[in-house]
Design a protein around this ligand. Sequence first.
Ligand code: FAD
Length: 422
Amino acid sequence: MIEINQDVFDKEVESNELLVLDFYSTECPPCEALAPKFDALDALYGQDIRFVKMFRQGNRDLAEKLGVRSSPTLLFFKNGKQVGDVLTGGIRRSDIMRNLDALLPEARVEQIHASIRPIDTETEVLVLGAGPGGLAAAIYLAQAKVDTLLVDPLLPGGQVSTTHQVSNYPGFIDPQPGYMLAHNMAEQAKVAGARMKVAVEISNIDLKKKEVLIDGHETIRAKKILISTGASPRYLNVEGEKEYYGKGISYCATCDAKYFHDKEVVIIGGGNTAVEESEFISKFASKITMVQQFPYLTANRSAQEKAMADPKINILFSHEPRGFYRRGEKMAVKVENLETNEMKELQTDGVFVFVGMKPNLELINDPLEKDQWGYLKVDHEMRTSMPDVFAAGDVISKQIRQITTAVSDGTIASIVIARELH
Ligand SMILES: Cc1cc2nc3c(=O)[nH]c(=O)nc-3n(C[C@H](O)[C@H](O)[C@H](O)COP(=O)(O)OP(=O)(O)OC[C@H]3O[C@@H](n4cnc5c(N)ncnc54)[C@H](O)[C@@H]3O)c2cc1C
C-alpha cells in the first residue's frame, strides 16, 4: 500500500483522475480491521483507481482542512474533487465497493465484480458475535489452542462498546468506559490467538453445514459454531430516540439507575420489565412517571400492586411517547393522550425505555429450539438443539442479561467445545 503525506497530496489528486485515501492511526482497532479490506480492494480496483494511505496524526493540517476527525476515514476523489461518502468507524467492504463502483463505468464495474474469486476459510470454531459472550469464549478457546475465528457485522464489543460507564464488572475499582472494557476484551482475545473478521457483511448462515458467507465471496467453514449474537432493545422509533440513546435515554436499569439518585425519571412501558425495573429505579430516583399505552398495566399482579403502592411512582395510562428532546440540562418527553389526542411535554432528568428486547437471530433460519420470546434454548453446557451448535450470552433463554452472565455462558461453552475438539 502506498503511503503519502500532506506535502504530495495536491499532486496526487491532480495526477490521478480517481483516488481513494485512507487516513489511519496506529493503535486503532478499526484501522486494523480496515487494512486487509483496503489491500484486497486495491488488488481488485488498483488498475483504475489509485489507493493511498496517510498517517492522520502526522498530517494534521490536511486532515483538518478535509474535515477528518477520526481514524480510519476514507475519502474518494474524482478529477481533483472529493466525491461520494466519507466512511469512518467500522467500515464495511460493501460500503467501500459501492463508492468505488460509483467512480467507474458500469461495464468496468461488471468486469471487476466478475473477477472476484471466492475464498474458503477453515476454522475449528466459528464464533458469531464479538460481544462479551463471544469474546470470553474466544479467549478460552484460543488459550486452549483451538483455532478460533470471530465474526461480527460491527466492531468488537457488542452492547458494552456503546455503554457509557460500566461499574459492576469485577476487576475494576473505578467505573470503566464501556468502549475501553470492550477494547480490552477484544485485544485479550487477539493476544490469545483468536482471529477476527469484523465490520463484515454476513449474508448467509447455514448451521447444518457449519458454513457462513461473509462479504459476498468468503465462505467460512467450521467444525463447531457458537452463536453469541446478543440481543437488542426494541425501539419506539420516535423522534430523538436514536440521538439520545445512551445520552439521556437508557434501556438498562441495573446499569444506569444509580446515576439518578434524587432525580426525576420517566419510564416508558407498563409490562413486567417496566414495572419491576421501576421498583429498582425507585431506590434511587425521587420521582418516577410511567408512560403506559394501555389504560392498565400488563405486568403480573404482585408487581403491579407494589408499583401502585409506591408513592414515588405516578402512572400516565393511555399515553404514548411521540418524541425526546433536550431542554438545557433536562430531557423532555412529548406524550400523547390516546383518549383525547392531546399532547404534552414531561420534563425529566432521564428516560428509561422498557418495551422489550429481541434476540439477534434475523440471519439464522435453521430450526433451533427457542422459548416463547424467541431466545435460544440451551442445556447446561450451552448446547442448542442442533449438534455442534452452541449459544451463549443475551441471545439464550435466561433471566438475567448482564456482561458477567454473558461471559459466564461463553466460558462454559468454550470449555465444553475445547474438550470435545482436542
Ligand atoms: C445501554 C446498555 C448498558 C448496559 N450496561 C451494562 C452494565 O453496566 N453492566 C452489565 O453487566 N451489563 C450491561 N448491559 C448489558 C450487557 O451489555 C449485555 O448483557 C452484554 O453485552 C451481552 O453480551 P453478549 O455478548 O451476549 O451480546 P452483545 O453485547 O449484544 O454482543 C453481540 C454481538 O453480536 C453481533 N451480532 C449481531 N448479529 C450477528 C450475526 N448475525 N452474526 C455475527 N455477529 C452478530 C453484534 O454486532 C454484537 O457485537 C448494558 C446494556 C445496554 C444496552
